[in-house]
Design a protein around this ligand. Sequence first.
Ligand code: XMP
Length: 524
Amino acid sequence: MTQHQRLLIIDFGSQVTQLIARRLRELNVFCEIHPYNLLTDDILRGLNPQAVILSGGPDSVTRAGSPRAPQAVFDLGVPVFGICYGQQVMMEQLGGAVEGGHHAEYGRAFIGPAEGHKGDGIFAGLFDATNKDRGREEVWMSHGDRVTALAPGFEVIGTSPNAPFAMIADESRRFYGVQFHPEVHHTPNGRIMLENFVRLAGFTGDWTMAGYRDEAIRKIREQVGDKKVICGLSGGVDSSVAAVLIHEAIGDQLTCVFVDHGLLRLNEAEEVVTMFRDNYNIPLIHADESELFLGALEGVSDPEVKRKTIGRLFIDVFQRYASGIEGAEFLAQGTLYPDVIESVSFSGGPSVTIKSHHNVGGLPEKMGLKLVEPLRELFKDEVRALGRELGLPAKFIGRHPFPGPGLAIRCPGEITREKLDILRKADAVFIDQIRKHGLYDEIWQAFVAILPVRTVGVMGDGRTYDFACALRAVTSVDGMTADYYPFTHDFLGETATRIINEVKGINRCTYDITSKPPGTIEWE
Ligand code: XMP
């Protein structure tokens, strides 16, 4: 249905397929990823791609029953670019040969031009004799098999010691293949190849965030019709952007439910409610259920029991409010692309595993609701760009992630209202310090944890016996791994002094210097 020129990525299960999509969007090219085993020749033709990329993958084309591209890919008359496994599949299907075993190559490699070739077509601009590698190209390899005979019509453009067919081309059909991964950061000139490829395929670069927004709005209207949608708002970037986008599409057919579990940060509930109700005029139910949650958490100190209690209550509460909205047929979620990317199940034949992170997991089935997920094609930073396009305040868009269970998992041991109040104040001072020093955007996440221990101190000649807290600040790309942030001693000293002076109930401050792994970002 899209009006964009479309590039089709056929996924063979590589770990880095989503990076191909990412690179293409950076080139303003609209692309879709489809698992190889869900594509028939008919579906393929219906998609009407202007070019096709065959991704890498973990299998070996030498194994009977291993994945193949629909043969029609090669009859569409459009450019095709095979990457790693994709190159081998292309050779296998077009009459070349691939050999397995003993050819494994992982990590950095250098490719030089084949004799008589200086690089043109998608390889134009490579092999510059004046580059730092004297005309060779640094690339990232990750393969076990290799091509040993070219299919008719192909010629070798570049070779490495272990991959004599590292770059191949059939210019007349505009078919290209590489043994390495141009989409990863460790292939510095990979972007040039992808750029050349989309240019020679005739892409004009018509994918923009403004265009995306208009199209998303059209799709939401088409999907929802005149029915009602409910959206669980967490105050985080993803659900907020989804809500504002859907509201633009269908106005008051959308109602948001913001469940306040009493475990939010200082002034957070007011900020979220004000933004949505006052600035956007979006119908919003502010479900203040802090008594319910804090009551149920009383006496609980086991982290897993805390999480499960909060998760269960969240679903109950959301369901109670949502079922009061008459005629609601859809549930909106801010699910992102990395959450939903469909990965091929290699063990179980043609079945497809869909990883899906639902904030309100299980609800759609339980309530008989259909899902609206307008962000499912986007990466986190693209969601932020869409948020800017929609006019959400910059400060809101750049906010650090905040976990669903909220302050409960930053309060090891028993949760009490007193400790939560102290924690909120200390956290606000820490974040204020980080903002004042201009460090907020460099840090993935920063917060205070209040420790389940009181320590002795001396303040103004008197003895104190108050809580200790830990400051936590990390850098990360995706939250999967993290490093502690290297604050200066001056910053740490100033922050500790401010917290102890300004927050009654804390008399000792520590800085958590654990990376992840072995630690986790949150304390519980
Ligand atoms: P950990 O502590 O596992 O956290 O290193 C990684 C990232 O995930 C966030 N996090 C959560 N987010 N629900 C969420 O929505 C949760 O239960 C949850 N637990 C951790 C955490 O804040 C960090 O960004």
